[in-house]
Structure formats: structure tokens, C-alpha cells
Design a protein around this ligand. Structure first.
Ligand code: TRP
Length: 338
């Protein structure tokens, strides 16, 4: 039997190149390897845990994320793309899992901790937000996934998922596999910095390059990139470490020899930022052009995209129901079964 993948994203905005190198790229590779059965979730219920007052934002971004998926090469013939809220059974599974996790365990989740401090909830943390890692465990276990290709920040959720699977199996009998998280091998892809040099690229930080950015926007962003603030005149020796132009060239450039020569020249002095940025623009535009073009094609046919999501949700729901039946039986909830 093929190994199962489950992964996904919150629909709170368009996806950026950090999402691409951090997780989407791997998903497409795994999909195309033919060795996996892939389920890709647009996690709208999770997005609502901190956007309850703004369901319109979540609704609008479902289609944006779906377009980004199709644009990077996720193929509905090979991967099942679906919407979380269309599988209400996930909530039931979440509720059983809530009993297998303590509040103090949830308080130790580093990703949630960071999010809580960034979002400035103060003392008013929504209970739904605080417990979303449990719902995420339900997402993953609802199809009994083997592997979860994700960004590095999601590893604490997968750790919790494994603990929940273990507790469930111990209490009620062997039911779930313990899924494994998969992150990119190289550190820069695991955590692509923003164009401003901030250690993380993020929607709210305003330092992202989106998969859907047009050439003009891309150029503008690249020319505003953080380089070496002490490299003032072209002749000055420059730094390539922490210089976003070279960081991005390392991640996206194919001509490694040329990049190496540019770095040496830059360090020695005599190579200007504008020349480097022009080259980075060429590299990035070559990478983004096919993605952008495909996205525009699909955007002309939203009926097709919605239909794909509906079909994917139906298909996933059937599988989740099979697993949920086993869960109910394991716990012993089949009171009226003759
Ligand atoms: N937490 C993920 C994000 O912030 C989205 C997500 C929801 C997810 N359920 C998942 C990721 C299950 C992997 C597996 O984007």
C-alpha cells in the first residue's frame, strides 16, 4: 500500500516563496514520485481560530490558496485537495483527542507560544486557538497519515500528534500510525528570511514575495532588498552573509559557478548591488513566470477550482468516516449496534 501524506495550509493569505521552498516544493516532488497517496488540506477551521471576526477573509483566501497549489504543480489527479470545514467528522475526532492532552502540554508548544505573543491576544486567547494543535492532530490522524511534509514551525504539532496517537493506541487499542514530519534538508529552505533580512518571511511582516507577484512587483521588491548596509560605493568590499540578494541566489539560482564568482567579486569590491539585483530578478522571474502563468489560467476558470475542492472534500470525507468508525468502535461508543 502507498504511504499516505496529509498536509495543508491556513487560508489567511496568498502563499509566498517561503512556503514554496519550505514545503510546497517537497509536496510536489512527493506527489510526482508516485509513491504516495496525498491529501492536501485548506485548513479554514484552523484559520478561523484567530479570525473568528473575519470569516470573509478566510473564505476569500480558500480560492487563493487553491490557485497557489495548482500553480506550483499540485495536480488534482494525483493529490486530493480539500477544505477542512467540509469534513465535520474532524471535529468529533478533535473532541476525543482533547481528553488525551493536558493544558500544560498545550502551553509548552513553542509555535503556539510565538503566535500568541505576536498576535497580542493579551489574556483573551480564544480557546479554539489555544487548542488548534489538537485539531491539527485530528487532521493528520483522520486519514491515518504516514508522513507530513511541512515547514519547520509545524514540527511541534507533529510531535503532539505522535503523542496523541500513542495515548489513543495505549488506551483503546492499536488504531493510529505515528506520523513523521518531513522538512527540507537545507537550513535556508527550512526558514527563508524575508526580503528585509528578518529571520522569517511572513504575511504580517510585509516582507514576502508571493507566488502570484507580477514581474513589476517582483522587481520592486528585489530592488528594495536588504543587502550589506556598509557596501556604499561599488568599489567597497561587501558582505555576502546576511545579504538577502546572495541568500536568495543560493536558494533559487541554478548557475552555482556564476554565483560563486559574483560572491568573490562582491567581497573583494567592485561589484555593485544593482548588478546583483538585476541578476536575482532574472533568476526569480524565470522561477515565478510559469507559476504565475498557470495561476492566471486557473483563475479564469474558478468553477473548475471550486469543483475540484468539492470533489476532493467528498472523497476525503469517505476515508475519514471509515477511520472514525474504527475510533468509535475502539472507544466503545457503538451502544446501539445489534
Ligand atoms: N498549521 C498549518 C499552517 O499554519 C495548517 C495545517 C492545518 C496543517 N492542519 C494541518 C499542516 C495538518 C499540516 C498537517 O499552515
Amino acid at each position: 500500500m502507498k504511504k499516505r501524506i496529509l498536509t495543508g495550509d491556513r487560508p489567511t493569505g496568498k502563499l509566498h516563496i517561503g512556503h514554496y521552498v519550505g514545503s510546497l516544493k517537497k509536496r510536489v516532488e512527493m506527489q510526482n514520485s508516485g509513491e504516495y497517496e496525498s491529501f492536501i488540506m485548506i485548513a479554514d477551521m484552523q484559520a478561523l481560530t484567530d479570525n473568528a471576526k473575519n470569516p470573509a477573509k478566510v473564505r476569500e483566501n480558500i480560492i487563493e490558496v487553491a490557485l497557489d497549489y495548482l500553480a506550483v504543480g499540485l495536480d488534482p489527479k494525483l493529490s486530493t485537495i480539500f477544505v477542512q470545514s467540509q469534513i465535520p467528522e474532524l471535529c468529533e475526532l478533535t473532541f476525543y483527542f482533547m481528553n488525551l492532552v493536558t493544558v500544560s502540554r498545550l502551553e509548552r508548544n513553542p509555535t503556539v507560544k510565538t503566535e500568541i505573543s505576536q498576535k497580542e491576544f493579551g489574556k483573551s486567547i480564544p480557546a479554539g486557538f489555544f487548542t488548534y494543535p489538537v485539531s491539527q492532530a485530528a487532521d493528520i490522524l483522520s486519514v491515518n497519515a504516514d508522513v507530513v511534509p511541512v515547514g519547520e514551525d509545524q514540527l511541534p504539532m507533529i510531535e503532539l500528534t505522535r503523542e496523541i496517537a500513542q495515548s489513543f493506541n495505549t488506551l483503546y487499542g492499536e488504531t493510529f500510525k505515528k506520523p513523521e514530519g518531513i522538512v527540507p534538508e537545507d537550513g535556508l529552505s527550512r526558514r527563508l528570511p524575508g526580503i528585509d533580512g528578518n529571520e522569517k518571511m511572513g504575511k504580517s511582516l510585509n516582507n514576502s514575495i508571493y507566488l502570484s507577484d507580477d514581474a513589476k512587483t517582483l522587481r520592486k521588491k528585489i530592488f528594495s532588498m536588504y543587502t550589506d548596509p556598509f557596501h556604499i560605493r561599488v568599489e567597497d568590499p561587501g558582505q555576502v552573509e546576511g545579504n538577502m540578494v546572495f541568500t536568495y541566489l543560493d536558494v533559487f539560482g541554478k548557475n552555482k559557478a556564476k554565483i560563486q564568482a559574483m560572491k568573490e567579486h562582491y567581497i573583494k569590491g567592485g561589484l555593485g548591488d544593482v548588478v546583483c539585483k538585476k541578476y536575482l530578478f532574472e533568476v526569480m522571474d524565470e522561477f515565478l513566470l510559469p507559476i504565475r502563468t498557470r495561476r492566471e489560467e486557473y483563475a479564469k476558470n474558478l468553477d473548475y477550482v471550486y469543483n475540484m475542492l468539492e470533489e476532493g472534500s467528498k472523497k476525503t470525507r469517505i476515508i475519514v468516516n471509515e477511520i472514525l468508525a474504527k475510533v468509535r468502535e475502539a472507544i466503545g461508543l457503538e451502544y446501539f449496534k445489534k
